[in-house]
Design a protein. Structure first.
Length: 192
């Protein structure tokens, strides 16, 4: 039985990242999807408006929960990637612990501090047609935040045509890390 308690703020390290991913997937797999009822329009509006009642975001609709869950998965697999290989393009991240906020509606999704340097970041999962606008607003949000040595945007790799180009363009001021979460999830599940 999966606990209904879902902590939105987590500290992620190389020692707990895999167990935190598995714990999150267990919560997602506990979601009880609504039965189909009514006309197509009635059913569609229920999916868009009615609270799902289970999972990590039980107070929002399945539509909104899906958006948040996919962004959380980008956070988890993005942090897993930088913990296992902190080199992104020409930037090497000097952090061994990341503080993350799932479903953050204010503040930032990702922060790290090693006592000498600090990182702030955002993560999202978006359709290719919305990537440019989402990247632009996220970049502006990060640029407005002072006092951080590193700024990172982590996103789903299928939102862009050539994901590797984004890693190669990374600098300390703006690291862009595309994550192929579907491939990462498949590989992760082979080892658990």
């Amino acid at each position: 039985m999966v606990s209904n308690v879902f902590e939105r703020e987590r500290s992620l390290t190389k020692f707990n990242i895999d167990s935190e991913i598995q714990r999150y997937l267990d919560v997602v797999n506990s979601i009880q999807f609504p039965d189909r009822s009514g006309t197509n329009l009635e059913y569609m509006i229920s999916l868009k408006r009615d609270p799902i009642g289970s999972g990590p975001y039980d107070w929002v609709s399945i539509f909104e929960a899906s958006n948040r869950i996919f962004s959380d998965i980008i956070i988890l697999f993005g942090i897993r990637k930088v913990l296992s290989n902190p080199q992104i393009g020409s930037v090497s991240l000097p952090f061994d612990k990341y503080e993350v906020k799932f479903g953050a509606e204010d503040g930032f999704d990702i922060e790290a501090n090693n006592g000498k340097e600090k990182l702030v970041g955002e993560a999202f999962n978006v359709a290719r047609s919305f990537f440019s606008g989402k990247r632009h607003t996220t970049k502006k949000k990060l640029e407005s935040k002072e006092g951080y040595d590193y700024k990172i945007i982590i996103f789903n790799s299928d939102a862009v045509a050539i994901p590797q180009e984004y890693e190669l363009k990374s600098s300390k001021n703006l690291i862009t890390l595309p994550i192929n979460w579907q491939k990462d999830l498949e590989e992760f599940q082979k080892f658990v």
